[in-house]
Design a protein around this ligand. Structure first.
Ligand SMILES: NC(=O)c1ccc[n+]([C@@H]2O[C@H](COP(=O)([O-])OP(=O)(O)OC[C@H]3O[C@@H](n4cnc5c(N)ncnc54)[C@H](OP(=O)(O)O)[C@@H]3O)[C@@H](O)[C@H]2O)c1
Length: 256
Protein backbone atom coordinates (compact mmCIF):
# COMPACT_ATOMS: atom_id res chain seq x y z
CA UNK A 1 0.00 0.00 0.00
CA UNK A 2 1.82 3.13 -1.16
CA UNK A 3 1.27 6.60 0.26
CA UNK A 4 -0.20 5.17 3.43
CA UNK A 5 1.04 7.67 5.99
CA UNK A 6 -1.92 10.05 5.70
CA UNK A 7 -5.07 10.94 3.79
CA UNK A 8 -6.78 8.26 1.73
CA UNK A 9 -3.81 5.89 1.98
CA UNK A 10 -3.94 5.85 5.76
CA UNK A 11 -7.72 5.27 5.66
CA UNK A 12 -7.22 2.33 3.26
CA UNK A 13 -4.32 0.86 5.28
CA UNK A 14 -6.37 1.06 8.44
CA UNK A 15 -9.49 -0.46 6.83
CA UNK A 16 -7.50 -3.33 5.31
CA UNK A 17 -5.85 -4.07 8.67
CA UNK A 18 -9.26 -3.96 10.40
CA UNK A 19 -10.54 -6.48 7.83
CA UNK A 20 -7.73 -8.87 8.65
CA UNK A 21 -5.13 -8.08 5.96
CA UNK A 22 -1.52 -8.08 7.22
CA UNK A 23 -0.78 -4.62 5.91
CA UNK A 24 2.36 -2.61 5.20
CA UNK A 25 2.07 1.05 4.27
CA UNK A 26 4.86 2.85 2.44
CA UNK A 27 5.63 6.54 2.76
CA UNK A 28 8.50 8.99 2.80
CA UNK A 29 8.23 11.20 5.86
CA UNK A 30 9.90 9.57 8.92
CA UNK A 31 7.71 11.49 11.39
CA UNK A 32 4.50 10.37 9.69
CA UNK A 33 5.75 6.77 9.47
CA UNK A 34 6.41 6.84 13.21
CA UNK A 35 2.90 8.20 13.88
CA UNK A 36 1.38 5.33 11.87
CA UNK A 37 3.41 2.78 13.90
CA UNK A 38 2.25 4.38 17.16
CA UNK A 39 -1.38 4.39 15.97
CA UNK A 40 -1.18 0.73 14.92
CA UNK A 41 0.28 -0.25 18.28
CA UNK A 42 -2.31 1.76 20.23
CA UNK A 43 -5.20 0.24 18.21
CA UNK A 44 -3.75 -3.28 18.07
CA UNK A 45 -3.70 -3.29 14.25
CA UNK A 46 -1.46 -5.55 12.14
CA UNK A 47 -0.10 -2.55 10.26
CA UNK A 48 3.55 -1.86 9.50
CA UNK A 49 4.97 1.41 8.17
CA UNK A 50 8.11 1.32 6.03
CA UNK A 51 10.02 4.07 4.24
CA UNK A 52 10.18 3.79 0.44
CA UNK A 53 10.25 6.29 -2.40
CA UNK A 54 7.93 5.12 -5.20
CA UNK A 55 9.67 7.41 -7.69
CA UNK A 56 12.98 5.54 -7.30
CA UNK A 57 13.45 2.18 -9.02
CA UNK A 58 16.18 1.29 -6.52
CA UNK A 59 14.08 2.13 -3.48
CA UNK A 60 11.07 0.17 -4.82
CA UNK A 61 13.24 -2.87 -5.61
CA UNK A 62 14.84 -2.74 -2.15
CA UNK A 63 11.54 -2.57 -0.28
CA UNK A 64 10.02 -5.43 -2.32
CA UNK A 65 13.13 -7.55 -1.68
CA UNK A 66 12.77 -6.83 2.05
CA UNK A 67 9.03 -7.45 2.25
CA UNK A 68 8.23 -10.14 -0.30
CA UNK A 69 11.24 -12.43 -0.77
CA UNK A 70 10.13 -14.85 1.94
CA UNK A 71 6.42 -14.12 2.12
CA UNK A 72 3.86 -13.85 -0.66
CA UNK A 73 2.17 -10.58 -1.53
CA UNK A 74 -1.59 -10.84 -2.10
CA UNK A 75 -2.53 -7.21 -2.64
CA UNK A 76 -0.85 -4.03 -3.83
CA UNK A 77 -2.60 -0.66 -3.59
CA UNK A 78 -0.98 2.13 -5.61
CA UNK A 79 -2.19 5.25 -3.88
CA UNK A 80 0.78 7.67 -3.58
CA UNK A 81 0.12 10.73 -5.71
CA UNK A 82 -0.32 14.46 -5.51
CA UNK A 83 -2.37 16.95 -7.45
CA UNK A 84 -0.62 19.89 -9.11
CA UNK A 85 -2.42 22.94 -10.52
CA UNK A 86 -0.59 24.59 -13.43
CA UNK A 87 -1.96 26.28 -16.53
CA UNK A 88 -0.36 25.31 -19.84
CA UNK A 89 0.22 29.02 -20.36
CA UNK A 90 -0.87 32.30 -18.87
CA UNK A 91 -0.37 35.99 -19.46
CA UNK A 92 1.96 37.72 -16.99
CA UNK A 93 0.25 39.99 -14.44
CA UNK A 94 2.48 42.86 -15.61
CA UNK A 95 0.62 44.16 -18.71
CA UNK A 96 3.88 45.44 -20.23
CA UNK A 97 5.65 42.05 -20.14
CA UNK A 98 5.85 40.44 -23.57
CA UNK A 99 6.49 36.80 -22.67
CA UNK A 100 3.73 34.32 -21.90
CA UNK A 101 4.38 32.18 -18.83
CA UNK A 102 4.34 28.48 -19.65
CA UNK A 103 3.97 25.23 -17.69
CA UNK A 104 7.46 24.34 -16.36
CA UNK A 105 8.79 21.03 -17.70
CA UNK A 106 10.13 20.21 -14.24
CA UNK A 107 6.60 20.33 -12.72
CA UNK A 108 5.31 18.08 -15.52
CA UNK A 109 8.10 15.55 -14.99
CA UNK A 110 7.82 15.46 -11.18
CA UNK A 111 4.06 14.88 -11.32
CA UNK A 112 4.32 12.17 -13.98
CA UNK A 113 7.15 10.56 -12.00
CA UNK A 114 5.12 10.32 -8.79
CA UNK A 115 1.61 9.69 -10.15
CA UNK A 116 2.39 7.45 -13.14
CA UNK A 117 5.98 6.12 -13.06
CA UNK A 118 5.52 5.32 -9.35
CA UNK A 119 2.50 3.15 -10.21
CA UNK A 120 4.48 1.43 -12.98
CA UNK A 121 7.50 0.71 -10.73
CA UNK A 122 5.47 -0.61 -7.80
CA UNK A 123 2.93 -2.47 -9.95
CA UNK A 124 5.73 -4.20 -11.89
CA UNK A 125 7.42 -5.46 -8.69
CA UNK A 126 4.08 -6.49 -7.17
CA UNK A 127 3.07 -8.48 -10.26
CA UNK A 128 6.49 -10.16 -10.44
CA UNK A 129 6.29 -11.15 -6.78
CA UNK A 130 2.76 -12.58 -7.21
CA UNK A 131 3.79 -14.61 -10.26
CA UNK A 132 6.97 -15.91 -8.54
CA UNK A 133 4.97 -17.04 -5.51
CA UNK A 134 2.05 -18.25 -7.67
CA UNK A 135 -0.38 -15.95 -5.88
CA UNK A 136 -3.66 -15.01 -7.58
CA UNK A 137 -3.53 -11.53 -6.04
CA UNK A 138 -4.85 -8.09 -6.89
CA UNK A 139 -3.47 -4.67 -7.75
CA UNK A 140 -5.69 -1.65 -7.08
CA UNK A 141 -4.62 1.71 -8.51
CA UNK A 142 -5.96 5.02 -7.25
CA UNK A 143 -6.90 7.26 -10.17
CA UNK A 144 -8.99 10.43 -10.02
CA UNK A 145 -12.24 11.86 -11.30
CA UNK A 146 -9.97 14.30 -13.17
CA UNK A 147 -8.50 11.57 -15.41
CA UNK A 148 -10.84 12.70 -18.20
CA UNK A 149 -9.22 16.16 -18.24
CA UNK A 150 -9.60 19.29 -16.10
CA UNK A 151 -8.74 22.97 -16.28
CA UNK A 152 -5.22 23.78 -15.05
CA UNK A 153 -4.24 20.13 -14.58
CA UNK A 154 -2.13 19.03 -17.58
CA UNK A 155 0.33 16.82 -15.72
CA UNK A 156 -2.03 15.35 -13.13
CA UNK A 157 -4.81 14.51 -15.60
CA UNK A 158 -2.32 12.96 -18.05
CA UNK A 159 -0.83 10.87 -15.24
CA UNK A 160 -4.21 9.64 -14.00
CA UNK A 161 -5.42 8.84 -17.54
CA UNK A 162 -2.18 6.82 -17.81
CA UNK A 163 -3.01 5.02 -14.56
CA UNK A 164 -6.42 4.01 -15.96
CA UNK A 165 -4.79 2.79 -19.19
CA UNK A 166 -2.24 0.77 -17.20
CA UNK A 167 -5.08 -0.74 -15.20
CA UNK A 168 -6.79 -2.08 -18.32
CA UNK A 169 -3.49 -3.15 -19.95
CA UNK A 170 -2.33 -5.04 -16.87
CA UNK A 171 -5.73 -6.71 -16.46
CA UNK A 172 -5.21 -8.27 -19.92
CA UNK A 173 -1.58 -9.21 -19.28
CA UNK A 174 -1.98 -10.51 -15.72
CA UNK A 175 -5.43 -12.13 -15.99
CA UNK A 176 -3.91 -15.38 -17.26
CA UNK A 177 -1.92 -15.58 -13.98
CA UNK A 178 -5.12 -15.08 -11.99
CA UNK A 179 -4.05 -11.57 -10.98
CA UNK A 180 -6.77 -8.90 -11.02
CA UNK A 181 -6.10 -5.21 -11.64
CA UNK A 182 -8.66 -2.49 -10.97
CA UNK A 183 -8.73 1.23 -10.27
CA UNK A 184 -10.74 3.47 -8.01
CA UNK A 185 -11.30 7.06 -9.16
CA UNK A 186 -12.29 9.33 -6.27
CA UNK A 187 -13.94 12.69 -6.66
CA UNK A 188 -12.78 15.43 -4.32
CA UNK A 189 -12.23 14.12 -0.79
CA UNK A 190 -12.87 16.12 2.33
CA UNK A 191 -9.45 15.31 3.76
CA UNK A 192 -6.12 16.73 4.92
CA UNK A 193 -4.89 17.55 1.39
CA UNK A 194 -7.96 19.70 0.60
CA UNK A 195 -7.86 21.42 3.99
CA UNK A 196 -4.12 22.24 3.66
CA UNK A 197 -4.57 23.71 0.17
CA UNK A 198 -7.66 25.68 1.12
CA UNK A 199 -5.89 27.19 4.13
CA UNK A 200 -2.82 28.11 2.07
CA UNK A 201 -4.85 29.53 -0.86
CA UNK A 202 -8.17 31.17 0.14
CA UNK A 203 -9.07 31.64 -3.56
CA UNK A 204 -8.83 27.87 -3.96
CA UNK A 205 -11.21 27.38 -1.04
CA UNK A 206 -13.71 29.77 -2.68
CA UNK A 207 -13.37 28.01 -6.05
CA UNK A 208 -13.87 24.57 -4.51
CA UNK A 209 -16.96 25.75 -2.62
CA UNK A 210 -18.48 26.86 -5.95
CA UNK A 211 -17.59 23.54 -7.57
CA UNK A 212 -19.57 21.61 -4.96
CA UNK A 213 -22.78 22.80 -6.66
CA UNK A 214 -22.00 20.46 -9.55
CA UNK A 215 -21.84 17.38 -7.35
CA UNK A 216 -25.31 15.77 -7.34
CA UNK A 217 -24.87 14.69 -3.72
CA UNK A 218 -23.80 18.25 -2.81
CA UNK A 219 -20.78 17.29 -0.69
CA UNK A 220 -17.23 15.99 -1.00
CA UNK A 221 -16.45 12.35 -0.25
CA UNK A 222 -15.15 11.00 3.03
CA UNK A 223 -11.83 9.15 2.85
CA UNK A 224 -13.51 6.08 4.38
CA UNK A 225 -16.07 6.03 1.53
CA UNK A 226 -13.26 5.81 -1.02
CA UNK A 227 -11.31 3.34 1.11
CA UNK A 228 -14.38 1.10 1.13
CA UNK A 229 -14.33 1.01 -2.70
CA UNK A 230 -10.60 0.13 -2.68
CA UNK A 231 -11.36 -2.78 -0.34
CA UNK A 232 -14.22 -3.89 -2.62
CA UNK A 233 -11.90 -3.89 -5.66
CA UNK A 234 -9.30 -5.77 -3.62
CA UNK A 235 -11.66 -8.44 -2.38
CA UNK A 236 -14.26 -9.09 -5.10
CA UNK A 237 -12.92 -12.04 -7.14
CA UNK A 238 -14.65 -11.04 -10.41
CA UNK A 239 -13.53 -7.39 -10.59
CA UNK A 240 -10.73 -6.67 -13.04
CA UNK A 241 -9.95 -4.05 -15.69
CA UNK A 242 -12.56 -1.66 -14.30
CA UNK A 243 -12.32 1.86 -13.01
CA UNK A 244 -14.75 2.33 -10.12
CA UNK A 245 -15.82 5.97 -9.86
CA UNK A 246 -16.65 7.11 -6.33
CA UNK A 247 -17.40 10.80 -6.71
CA UNK A 248 -20.93 11.60 -5.53
CA UNK A 249 -21.92 11.91 -9.20
CA UNK A 250 -19.47 14.59 -10.36
CA UNK A 251 -18.28 17.15 -11.29
CA UNK A 252 -17.15 15.81 -14.68
CA UNK A 253 -13.94 17.90 -14.61
CA UNK A 254 -12.79 21.25 -13.29
CA UNK A 255 -13.70 24.22 -15.44
CA UNK A 256 -12.42 27.81 -15.35
N1 LIG B 1 -7.48 14.31 -2.12
C1 LIG B 1 -8.39 14.23 -3.09
O1 LIG B 1 -9.42 14.93 -3.10
C2 LIG B 1 -8.17 13.23 -4.23
C3 LIG B 1 -9.13 13.17 -5.25
C4 LIG B 1 -8.95 12.25 -6.29
C5 LIG B 1 -7.84 11.42 -6.28
N2 LIG B 1 -6.93 11.50 -5.27
C6 LIG B 1 -5.78 10.58 -5.31
O2 LIG B 1 -5.80 9.82 -4.11
C7 LIG B 1 -4.47 9.52 -3.72
C8 LIG B 1 -4.22 9.97 -2.28
O3 LIG B 1 -4.49 11.35 -2.21
P1 LIG B 1 -4.41 12.11 -0.80
O4 LIG B 1 -5.08 13.42 -0.99
O5 LIG B 1 -4.84 11.21 0.30
O6 LIG B 1 -2.83 12.36 -0.73
P2 LIG B 1 -1.93 13.03 0.43
O7 LIG B 1 -2.74 13.32 1.65
O8 LIG B 1 -1.16 14.14 -0.22
O9 LIG B 1 -0.93 11.83 0.77
C9 LIG B 1 -0.03 11.40 -0.18
C10 LIG B 1 0.67 10.18 0.33
O10 LIG B 1 1.63 9.80 -0.67
C11 LIG B 1 2.89 9.66 -0.03
N3 LIG B 1 3.96 9.98 -0.96
C12 LIG B 1 4.18 11.14 -1.61
N4 LIG B 1 5.27 11.04 -2.38
C13 LIG B 1 5.76 9.79 -2.20
C14 LIG B 1 6.88 9.08 -2.71
N5 LIG B 1 7.71 9.64 -3.61
N6 LIG B 1 7.09 7.80 -2.31
C15 LIG B 1 6.24 7.22 -1.41
N7 LIG B 1 5.16 7.84 -0.89
C16 LIG B 1 4.94 9.11 -1.29
C17 LIG B 1 2.85 10.59 1.17
O11 LIG B 1 3.78 10.11 2.11
P3 LIG B 1 4.65 11.10 3.09
O12 LIG B 1 3.68 12.10 3.63
O13 LIG B 1 5.20 10.18 4.09
O14 LIG B 1 5.66 11.73 2.22
C18 LIG B 1 1.42 10.40 1.63
O15 LIG B 1 1.29 9.24 2.42
C19 LIG B 1 -3.56 10.17 -4.75
O16 LIG B 1 -3.20 9.26 -5.76
C20 LIG B 1 -4.43 11.27 -5.32
O17 LIG B 1 -4.04 11.63 -6.63
C21 LIG B 1 -7.07 12.39 -4.25
Amino acid sequence: MTGGTRGLGLAVGRMLAERGWRTTVLGLDPGRLEKVRAMAEAEGLDLRAVRADVTSEESVREVFAELTTDQPLHLCVNNAGRNLSRLLLRKPRDEGAAELLTHPLDDWEKTLRLCLTGVFLVGREAAASMVRHQVAGAIVNVSSGLAAGAYGQSAYTAAKAGVEALTRTWSYELGPYGIRVAAVAPGVMDGEALREKSTAFPRHAHYMDGLKRFVPLGRWGAEEEIADAVCFAAENPYVTGSVIRVDGGGPPGWVP
